[in-house]
Design a protein around this ligand. Structure first.
Ligand SMILES: Cc1cc2nc3c(=O)[nH]c(=O)nc-3n(C[C@H](O)[C@H](O)[C@H](O)COP(=O)(O)OP(=O)(O)OC[C@H]3O[C@@H](n4cnc5c(N)ncnc54)[C@H](O)[C@@H]3O)c2cc1C
Length: 453
């Protein structure tokens, strides 16, 4: 085989020395930056250059310097939703229903976030005291659609929290997103905001296709961790939360109850799911920093070992020998990390007292069925100073002590729905989300089945 002629890029790469790259730049070679077809001319047919747009990162004095690069625009849209958890899916469906062109970006390969990927199967807080379903709207529509399937939802009655099957919900959400005509990019991380001064214009994404950009009129951050709002420079709080790993165990219907009488029952057998004999087992886990990759790695590995040992212990209990580990959740159970500092926020005393807001965009419930309904203000989705960005889901603006109410799945349905509708209206009216006429937003939300109290 003929040796390939070495291009300048190959030379730099082969030398592997940043000093050479820096040296070449200082000798007057222009730095390689933009997508330049000429740079690809040195590739022979069948020979692929994986990094046609620029040189690799350089190691300079012990620090890694990324070369400036111009990113390809992967896609343009009216509303970009980052993260396809319960909030993101509701936001995308709501924005589409409001008439916007919508794009949904998700780092994993499924919809549902912690709900499905985290195996958090109990939808806790759709009702308030008295059993009324208060979290009406798109999330409720997803549950109703799932209910029509066999073995998808149980416990749909007053005074109980519904529990779902994760695969059924993943399927239902695929169907609804596809029917709505929402553009999706899965296996795609949003890693930065595209911003013009303090106005967000889209997001930088990373995937197997490389580093690209998606441009949007309005962005909804439904990443759970507030990745986009932080990248855009929006004020926020960070907090530690308990990080666990949920699992499912099977053959609970094969427990030999006669034999089991001979010993104390095992601890934490979890709760039933729609699938016969299969329970989901929640895990509290320790408080951790969900924004620290070392911490996430340590906890993921520790939890896997703990779960295996725990199930082993169950199997050694007389009568429970047939029980087995079905699966550990594909997603580590992160409860809280960043919360937006918005123009308003959800406060715990407001939850307890049922405080009302003129700019209410939805209502939350209580999974213990003791509290009445409480309202969520639109201002809790709107950053104090960054424009064209809204938060949805567990990263909206709230007191950390109110986080348990903000983060449950039904509240995320509600804030996702409202953020999506608001984003679509702002895109349509070419106005900043903070300047939206709230009565018009409320009217649209009600028309879409939302309950605002
Ligand atoms: C262990 C545990 C137990 C829980 N128990 C319950 C319970 O019993 N009942 C209940 O109602 N709630 C419970 N919760 C809370 C609830 O599951 C979550 O708070 C809720 O799912 C949050 O929804 P979300 O859409 O805001 O975020 P998430 O569900 O976290 O979804 C965020 C999505 O964004 C994606 N994403 C994140 N960053 C990026 C990025 N940079 N680019 C692209 N995509 C990104 C993620 O992959 C994910 O799909 C529990 C949570 C945990 C962790």
């Amino acid at each position: 085989m003929d040796p390939l002629p070495l291009s300048r890029r190959d030379l730099i790469r082969l030398a592997g020395a940043s000093s050479l790259a820096a040296g070449m730049a200082s000798l007057g070679f222009p730095r390689q930056t933009a997508a330049d077809p000429a740079q690809r001319a040195d590739a022979k047919p069948g020979v692929k250059i994986d990094k046609p747009d620029g040189v690799p990162a350089n190691l300079v004095d012990g620090r890694v310097v990324e070369p400036e690069q111009k990113l390809r625009v992967l896609h343009q849209t009216d509303v970009l939703v980052v993260g396809a958890g319960p909030a993101g899916v509701c936001a995308a469906l709501a924005a589409r229903q409001t008439g916007a062109k919508v794009t949904l970006v998700e780092r994993y390969g499924h919809f549902g976030g912690q709900w499905t990927g985290g195996l958090v199967l109990e939808v806790a807080g759709v009702q308030a005291a008295g059993g009324k379903v208060v979290t009406q709207g798109i999330g409720e529509a997803i549950l109703r659609r799932a209910e029509k399937l066999d073995r998808a939802v149980i416990n749909r009655r007053p005074g109980v929290n519904p529990t779902v099957d994760a695969e059924a919900l993943k399927y239902v959400m695929v169907e609804m997103i596809a029917e709505a005509g929402i553009d999706c990019f899965l296996h795609c991380w949003s890693v930065d905001a595209v911003s013009d001064s303090r106005t967000v214009q889209g997001a930088v994404v990373e995937s197997k296709s490389g580093r690209q950009a998606i441009l949007a009129k309005v962005v909804v951050d439904a990443s759970g961790d507030g990745d986009l709002l932080a990248a855009a420079g929006a004020e926020h709080e960070t907090m530690k939360g308990r990080i666990g790993l949920v699992c499912r165990i099977g053959n609970l219907d094969k427990v030999d109850h006669e034999k089991a009488k001979s010993a104390p029952p095992p601890r934490n057998l979890g709760s039933p799911t729609p699938l016969p004999g299969i329970n989901w087992v929640n895990m509290q886990g320790p408080e951790g920093d969900a924004l620290d990759v070392r911490e996430l790695t340590r906890l993921e590995l520790a939890h896997r070992r703990q779960i295996w040992k725990q199930v082993d212990e169950i199997r050694r209990t007389p009568g429970y020998e047939q029980v087995y580990l079905v699966e550990t959740a594909p997603q580590l159970g992160v409860r809280m990390s960043r919360m937006l500092a918005g123009v308003a926020r959800v406060a715990l005393d407001g939850v307890h007292s049922g405080r009302k807001f003129d700019d209410v965009i939805g209502v939350g419930g209580d999974w213990t069925f003791k509290l009445g309904e409480w309202q969520i203000p639109y201002g809790a989705l709107v950053p104090k100073s960054i424009d064209n960005l809204l938060a949805a889901g567990r990263c909206i603006s709230g007191e950390p002590k109110a986080a348990d109410f903000v983060r449950v799945i039904p509240t995320c349905f509600v804030t996702g729905h409202a953020a999506g509708t608001a984003a679509a209206l702002a895109a349509k009216q070419a106005c900043r989300p903070r300047d939206l006429e709230v009565p018009a937003l409320q009217k649209t939300l009600r028309e879409q089945g939302a309950y605002l109290g």
